[in-house]
Every structure is written in structure tokens, then in C-alpha cells.
Design a protein around this ligand. Structure first.
Ligand code: SAM
Length: 259
């Protein structure tokens, strides 16, 4: 089992598009986990914290240039309101300039009972607000999307999967890619024979020890082919070394047969 503290995870999301979060709240595993009371969502729309007639949340950038910048004050009030309800929260700004989100970061964030997630829009957020309230910036990759909502949902979904009771079969999270430092092994389902492409015989054998060994061999082999960097820092056990060598020999043999 993956260690994560008990209790409900609380997410306070600062967003001008709260409706987008229905995608997470109303579908699949995250929906079921919410129904089981494992996490709760509280959206705070900065527009509700404006004081002008037009309910402005953005303005032109000082120094000129393209686009608009999110105003500090409505965001500051929205974050203040969220923190009054959840004072111990860590404030995360979803940003392409942040630390890359990976499995390790998700496990660390899953240990926080509550998070305030600040979703930027336009060219971003007035730097003074970021300097004032943000504990950490998190990026979902070296690319730019239009707003922080999708990155926030990506991060929330990854956290929710780790909460005890979120998955029907808790073991499936343990066997996912990256959890043990390896990529996942290949999966098969019916039919056994699909136009001549057969399910590996060992998976039909009912021999659990052989299946475990085959899966570990595949996970090691697939990782060495697709993500050798993951293996570079890993001290392989005697069994793992043997299985990886077997995988390589079998791959060489298969290539030789094809030629
Ligand atoms: N001008 C900004 C820059 O180049 O760094 C990009 C602004 S982006 C169009 C608008 C918002 O989307 C950002 O404030 C951030 O909240 C979110 N965002 C965009 N790309 C992201 C990424 N890779 N990871 C996390 N959030 C991202």
C-alpha cells in the first residue's frame, strides 16, 4: 500500500472557470472517491472578490507588450477567504516555471491535508501576489497551456488516485509506472488470439510465481528500452539483473528470427 495520511483531502481552487472542475468531480475514479468522502473541492472565483463595476480580474501589463495580467487584489482576497477556511493549506501556483510534476512530487503533495491551487490565466499573475502568498510553483511540463485549470486537475487526479480507498483494487496503484521506479508491464485482455496475435502463454498458465517473474522481466525490459534514465540510478537485485539479461536475450532472438 502507498502510505498517505488518513482523512479527507481538501482542495481550494482559485479559478475564474470553476465549471471546468466538473470534469474531475463528475467522472470516473475521482468522482467515486469524492462520493466516498475522500476529497473535497472548494472553488473560489476571483471575480467574486472584485470591487469594480465590471468585476475585472485582469489589466494591461506595465511596460507594454501583449496580453493581460491577473490583478493581485482579487486573487489575494480569494486566497485569503480560502485560507480562513483552511489555514494550514500550502499555496501552489500552477506555472510553466515551476518544479516539474512527477510521481515523487505527487506523493509528497498527497501528504498535505489541504492545498490551495492558484490557476493563472492570460499572461500570468502580478508577480507581487506570487511573491506574497505562493509556497511552491508546480509545472506539468515544458509547454504552455492557456490556464492553470487543466494542470491543477492533472495534479489533483494523480493525488486522488493515491488516497487509500480511491481505487477499487489498491494494488493497481502500487503496480503503476514509476511507483517502484520502473515502467508498468504490458497488459492483455480478451480475446486470447486476436488475428494471430496471442496473449503470452504464461499469463494463461495460472502459475502466479511465473506470472510475477514474467511481469517483472517485462517491466525491467520495457523500462530499459523506453526510459533507460530510470534504470541508471537503480541498484538491481540479483533476480532483476538476471531477468533484464533474459529480456535482452529474448529480444535479440526475436529480432534475429524476424530477419
Ligand atoms: N506567460 C506565461 C509564461 O510564459 O510563463 C504563461 C502564461 S499561461 C498562457 C497562463 C497560465 O496557465 C499560467 O499562469 C499558469 O497558471 C498556467 N500554465 C500554463 N502552462 C503551464 C504549465 N506547463 N504548468 C502549469 N501551469 C501552466
Amino acid at each position: 500500500m502507498i502510505e498517505a495520511p488518513e482523512g479527507c483531502r481538501r482542495f481550494d481552487v482559485i479559478t475564474i472557470f470553476p465549471e471546468m472542475f466538473a470534469a474531475l468531480r463528475d467522472f470516473g475514479i475521482s468522482r467515486r472517491a469524492a462520493e466516498r468522502g475522500l476529497w473535497s473541492l472548494h472553488c473560489w472565483n476571483p471575480r467574486d472578490f472584485t470591487e469594480d463595476l465590471h468585476r475585472s480580474v485582469d489589466d494591461r501589463p506595465y511596460g507594454g507588450g501583449p496580453g493581460m495580467v491577473m490583478l493581485a487584489d482579487p486573487l489575494s482576497r480569494a486566497i485569503g477567504a480560502a485560507r480562513r477556511e483552511s489555514p494550514a493549506s500550502r499555496v501552489i501556483y500552477l506555472s510553466p516555471q515551476g518544479r516539474a510534476l512527477d510521481h515523487e512530487a505527487v506523493v509528497r503533495l498527497a501528504a498535505c491535508p489541504s492545498l490551495v491551487l492558484l490557476c493563472g490565466r492570460y499572461e500570468g499573475v502580478d508577480q507581487r501576489l506570487l511573491d506574497e502568498v505562493v509556497d511552491e510553483e508546480v509545472s506539468v511540463g515544458d509547454l504552455v497551456v492557456s490556464g492553470g485549470e487543466l494542470p491543477a486537475m492533472l495534479m489533483m487526479d494523480a493525488i486522488i488516485r493515491l488516497l487509500p480507498g480511491a481505487l477499487n483494487d489498491a494494488d493497481s496503484a502500487v503496480e503503476d509506472s514509476f511507483v517502484d521506479g520502473l515502467l508498468d508491464y504490458p497488459h492483455y485482455t480478451r480475446p486470447e488470439d486476436r488475428a494471430g496475435a496471442k496473449v503470452p502463454a504464461v499469463l494463461l498458465s495460472g502459475n502466479h510465481a511465473a506470472i510475477r517473474r514474467w511481469r517483472l522481466k517485462q517491466a525491467l525490459g520495457v523500462t530499459s528500452l523506453k526510459r533507460p534514465d530510470l534504470l541508471a540510478g537503480r541498484v538491481l537485485s540479483k533476480e532483476e539483473k538476471l531477468l533484464l539479461e533474459e529480456f535482452r536475450q529474448e529480444s535479440r532472438l526475436a529480432t534475429f528470427r524476424e530477419e
